[in-house]
Write a protein of this length. Sequence first.
Length: 572
Amino acid sequence: MLATTALLCCAGLPLALAFALAAARLRPFALALAPWAALPALLVALSGWPSATVELPWLLVGTTLGLDDTSRVFLLLTAALWLVCGHYAAAYHAHDPHRVRMSAYWLATLAGNLLLILAGDAVTFYLGFLTMGLCAYGLIVHDGTDEARRAGTVYLALVILGEALILPALWLAVAQAASIALDDMASAVAADPLTLGLLVAGFGIKAALVPLHVWLPVAHPVAPTPASAVLSGAMVKAGVLGWLVLLPLGELAAPALGAALIGLGLAGAFGAALAGCAQARPKAVLAYSSVSQLGLLAAALGMAFLDVSAAAPAVLAITLYAVHHAFAKGALFLGVGCVQAAPDARRRRRALALLLLPGLALAGLPFTSGAVAKTALKHVLPELTDAWYGVLDTVLPLAAIGTTLLMARFGFLLWHEPVGKPKPGLAAPWLVLLGMVAVVGFVPALFPSALIEEALAPSHWWGASWPVLLGLVLAGAAARWWRRAPRVPEGDILWPIVACVRAVGARIAWRRASEAWAALQDGIAARSALAWRLLDRRVGAGERWLTAWPVLAGAMLAAIVLAWWLVRAQQV
């Protein structure tokens, strides 16, 4: 009973608070508790309890809740980030006239995010994933500007596309497995290539897999800062978790799929770095940084499909990298708001200096969580063939150069950002998150001790340092060029696609309008001819009736009688 209550409270508390906001009497109470809504989930993740799944046959079609080692780590990073960002959001939106609406979307999105992590069956997982995806739309369009609505439209279109891919895949998997339990899904997915492809693409939209990444750089610049932090830090990890939970990792070797994922992942890692360096807004740079980092996770997933023996180290590397990226990226986004709200130049410089910690952690500098996460990623390579090992061992360190360039570009733009209105209360949660960034990579309960020792060994210092140093040198050389650099529109390939669709749509619309007009003209002519024939037929029939002898004789007699009556009337 206690285990059931604890797991239900994780997603149930934020959902209950969201509904409480609809009642005027409960609204102050709900707003006061909203920043703490993720606390039960964090306590469950930290305690390691409950260790067994919970069956709820009375809920939906039979709900199963529980945590394994992987989902518990995702619950920890998700709950911790939402908790910190919840307090940040309370200060950020303290004087927002639409604070209640923002809080309702915030809490509903949080409930969906936590529910999909706790889910042990396909129905509950999909319900949580759908709730999170749809309610996050309200976070993106919160400001109500035309740009925000346009970004929300792009986001919603990609969300619907993702659901259209995931839902039939789950139907097929459930039918194949004859069960809704997630533990039974992987074997069913392995037996059906169509289901496998649908799940890779469907979750790839949420995980910003190239070329399905376009919603991320469009949504981040317009969303409120705390919403951007949870979008990039926690919600995109839902797609990664979907991969880990539902795909047959360790059961199926699919070299073609693995090679495709590695290619798309590396294209995202390097292509997003180039596109991010040509952005004009700091949050857009961070969005492309997320695409780049998630590209590395997609490449690691591809390694798991190249060889079955690579699946276990790949899953570990993806999980640890997700933890590192969640805290570092969340701290960078919250730092944007702190820098913009700094009341004077001294505090602004101090905030910028503190941003070096998560920025260098993303680049993988020694003694940071990024160095430990990238060490875990390199452990996957020995399980691959010599050809793949040689290519990836050469290419992966180069990604750190791109990340360093992105962080330099981010700092450059943030330094030139206009000062916004002071917002008290932002610094405290941000400093807490910076502390998490500093220590999370060295917590033995999360990162294996052997991995930490290996990352801290002096023999690894140079290998982790030279890409960062080279990236800084290149950033210094490009600093002047950056002022005149051509701009890549936020969303990159989205806008050429939209332009082509509009052009094709305009041509189709013009052709259809022309065809409709011609059809209308033909119809009018045809109906006119028909009407004329009918009229002519009626007139002809009337003429024949009038010229018939009885009618004609009667008419003549009537005319004579009428003439006689008129003459008599004049004589009188």
